[in-house]
Write a protein of this length. Structure first.
Length: 122
């Protein structure tokens, strides 16, 4: 139990370290990522208004046919492209990338690259 508390505390510190430098606005929202072992979630957040503009995840019914397993890089590519399309519909082209407590590696990097290829500017 002590080990898990330490891990959670370190994760919280990393998250806050990244987030204190990044603040989403209506013009340039924050692209926040949350990942678990089985799924990947991302959303565009306007921190000034406290609103989620759009979101995409491996649990979405619309993306269920494209994603067989949500915990891999292939799913991250699909989610990144889907979020970029939703952002374009909402009139957003530029975002601030918030990796949270995760390294820019693997699924997180694939999601970011797919969003860039689909038209979002970081």
């Amino acid at each position: 139990m002590k080990k898990q508390k330490l891990v959670n505390k370190q994760r919280w510190r990393r998250t806050n370290r990244v987030r204190k430098k990044i603040n989403g606005t209506a013009d340039r929202p924050r692209l926040s990522i949350n990942r678990s072992n089985k799924h990947l979630y991302c959303q565009l957040i306007d921190d000034d208004a406290g609103l989620t503009i759009c979101a995409a995840s491996t649990r979405d019914k619309a993306l269920a046919g494209k994603v067989s397993y949500g915990g891999n890089c292939d799913a991250a590519k699909v989610i990144g492209a889907a979020l970029a399309e939703k952002a374009k519909e909402a009139g957003i082209t530029e975002v601030k990338f918030d990796r949270g407590a995760y390294k820019f590696h693997g699924r997180v990097a694939e999601l970011a690259n797919a969003a860039r290829e689909a038209g979002l500017k970081f």
